[in-house]
Design a binder for this molecule. Structure first.
Ligand code: NCD
Length: 309
């Protein structure tokens, strides 16, 4: 039987996502129950691009389940530096591990890997395309702190062009009822047209605005901030011009709704002032913590433990 992978946030149905989030919540509440379920399992983390949270939370997740970890944290430390293809690397690594989490600068790299792997492959970010496990993290955070997804207005702000977390999150949230998006970006960093077209086809209301001010924020339940994706720019000058376009600070938070949660996949650069961290609406560090539990649930599910998967 071929293994099940996670390449796009839509690879799980809404019902499966619900079960995954229920499992993650149970893992958070009852860690002891799951401490040895992966005692004989290994995860390989193949990271061709920098990462802190994603790689370490995958590794912590596997350790919390009793499993072991192997892998590399940069392309330079792997045979990619000698010219090996992703397909060959994953074919070999899938003989050493039971599940693979892979991040790569090229769009579609995880999909290619999944076609050659003998074990489940998880897309931990493929270029400016998708980042489904960040989306699972975001969904668990929203469900835990807001109680659900239906009927909410989601503001996404920053680099909507290159920000893969934004692309995955919009696709995932589009499956819920009565959602609305406010897409806040500089003209040059607007959402890719394929996502705009998908929203139109599905009849999901959205607006695109440039300014992050009181009138933009007034109806938001969630404000999802993102950094300008320096590594995807073709020239330094454009990046420097864009990098401080948005700075969410205490002043701006004074005019933001009391119910509006601030999320950010992190790392933050300047787009959220450190002073905002004290605001009770700032949920980005809690969000990073939820990332461990949803990855535990994902590993457990893709490995088919407990009949899941
Ligand atoms: C994000 C990514 O890698 O796309 N980081 C993460 O995984 N939490 C966001 C980013 O790098 O800006």
């Amino acid at each position: 039987m071929s293994p099940r992978h996670l390449i796009s946030p839509l690879d799980f149905s809404v019902e499966e996502l619900d079960r995954l989030m229920d499992l993650a919540s149970d893992m958070k509440s009852n860690p002891g129950k799951y401490a040895h379920v992966c005692d004989d399992k290994r995860i390989a983390t193949l990271f061709y691009e920098p990462s802190t949270r994603t790689r370490l939370s995958f590794e912590a997740a596997m350790m919390n389940l009793g499993g072991k970890v192997l892998g590399f944290s940069s392309a330079d430390n792997s045979s990619a530096a000698k010219g090996e293809s992703v397909a060959d690397t994953v074919r070999v690594v899938s003989c050493y591990a039971d599940i693979v989490a892979m991040r790569h600068p090229k769009e579609g790299a995880a999909l290619v890997a999944s076609m050659k792997s003998l074990v489940p492959v998880i897309n931990a970010g493929d270029g400016g395309h998708q980042h489904p496990t960040q989306t699972l993290t975001d969904l668990l955070t929203i469900r835990s702190l807001k109680g659900g997804f239906n009927g909410l207005t989601y503001g996404l702000c920053g680099d909507l062009k290159f920000g893969r977390t934004v692309h995955s999150l919009i696709e995932a949230l589009s499956r819920y009822e009565n959602v609305r998006f406010v897409l806040i970006s500089p003209e040059e960093l607007r959402i890719p047209s394929y996502i705009r077209e998908e929203l139109k086809t599905k009849g999901i209301p959205f607006e695109e605005v440039v300014r992050l001010d009181e009138s933009t924020m007034k109806d938001l339940d969630i404000l999802y901030m993102t950094r300008v994706q320096k590594e995807r720019f073709f020239n330094e000058e454009d990046y420097l011009r864009m990098k401080d376009f948005y700075i969410l600070d205490k002043e701006k938070m004074k005019v933001a709704p009391a119910k509006m949660l601030i999320l950010h996949p992190l790392p933050r650069v300047n787009e959220i002032a450190v002073e905002v961290d004290e605001d009770p609406r700032a949920a980005y560090f809690a969000q990073a913590h939820y990332g461990v539990y949803i990855r535990m649930a994902l590993i457990y599910t893709l490995l088919g433990i407990g009949g899941e998967g």
